[in-house]
Write a protein that binds this ligand. Sequence first.
Ligand SMILES: NC(=O)c1ccc[n+]([C@@H]2O[C@H](COP(=O)([O-])OP(=O)(O)OC[C@H]3O[C@@H](n4cnc5c(N)ncnc54)[C@H](O)[C@@H]3O)[C@@H](O)[C@H]2O)c1
Length: 450
Amino acid sequence: MHVVTIGTGYVGINTAAALAYIGHSVWGVDVDAGKIERLKAHKAPISEAGLDALLALPLDLKFTTDLSECVQTADVVFIAVGTPSLPNGEANLAYVMSAAEDIGKTLVPDHDVTIVVKSTVPVGVNEMLERRIRERVASNGGDGKYLHFASNPEFLREGTALLDTFYPDRFVIGTRDDLAYQMLYALFEPIIRQTFEMPAFIEAPAMRPDTQCLRTDQISAEMIKYASNVFLALKISYANEIAGLVEKLGGNMADISRGMGMDRRIAPYFLQSGLGWGGSCFPKDSLALLSMARDYGYEMPIVQAAVDVNARQKTNLVLKILYKLHTLAGKRIALLGLTFKPRTDDVRNSPAVDIARDLMSRGALVAAHDPEGLEQARIIYKDDGFVFCNSPEDAANGADALVIATEWEVYRTIDWAKICRLMRKPILFDARNLMRDHRDLVSGFDYTGL
Ligand SMILES: NC(=O)c1ccc[n+]([C@@H]2O[C@H](COP(=O)([O-])OP(=O)(O)OC[C@H]3O[C@@H](n4cnc5c(N)ncnc54)[C@H](O)[C@@H]3O)[C@@H](O)[C@H]2O)c1
């Protein structure tokens, strides 16, 4: 099939490349000319395991900044642009609206084409985008009978995005339109049935998944995405709330998480205590869900509590550092990790950045390192007062305390004895409990886990 993905960010590029790999003819479109130039040179615009290798294959995959170059021949058009938070917590729909405008302006359908919203959008937005595109196409003299619409929320995780794209737990296709459903099913069929040849550039799972395909109405599909993401966020907040009590009562939180996770009804994932959740999805999706509820005069105390516990987790860490150092004014804090989780270069809404800002607002100097996220951080946070460091040793040099803010594996095996010698005071806050089971490696430190 001929496919277009509008947006070549974390979702768009992984989707585009995977669909090309299973045999479709794909165009990736983005307004960011720099990204498109990189992609044309077969270079991934983001750091994601296996993506560079996939883009280096001779796939039928092209890139452009001009939608009109490819939309006319498309059978399926994905909207995969960002939906970040507005200051009031609502989802910012400017990018999905502009993608819809672009489709409406350029498409004069002469064969069936299904327009699919992959971006995470609040309930009702699929319907609104459909109306807008139909109006625009009609005003250009286009025939709406060829237009079909579906919601297809995305569940990939940054860091394992290709693994998740090739081996997903489920597809959710929200549409009342039979043809749209059939087209999407056919598009994804090699993945749904797991009949494609496993790519060598990503570690295959031990067993192929039993991928489910759930057809729903559009509203339910939109809500499945929010309800799933926020459920995972509240699982983490719950683990953090229990960890806070365990800190007072005694007990080993790692064992407690393990013991809970052995129950198949609970499952071991998202039960690790630490600095809390962040990134470009959980924070904005929880706020958007609360905002949707507020519009309908409906309270969601459980979701609100998950947000509050997550904020408290970060403040508690800063207070622990303050109590240990007595004052933060003029103190140098080494921060290891800027991304919101390991194996990605995404530093958006990272808890590491939140605590760094809090420390700086209290007068500390934050010397930060990250193995993958420095380039992005230098761009996004250039005015925030960070001292960006090219190595953990540079960050630790002369520091009064060190915080592990992202659980990068490489930090486990750095030369901790050298780090200890370089610091003014060997005080370690392990906000991700990375060294909890390797305390011998950091035996020279005054150690605090979370
Ligand atoms: N990142 C994730 O892990 C993830 C997972 C599941 C779902 N989602 C959802 O998917 C959507 C996209 O997320 P992302 O992380 O890929 O975003 P992103 O910010 O990485 O990428 C969005 C891309 O869209 C481009 N863009 C914006 N407006 C455009 C337009 N009119 N035409 C063409 N390109 C345009 C931007 O330049 C950018 O490259 C969001 O709604 C997000 O919530 C993200």
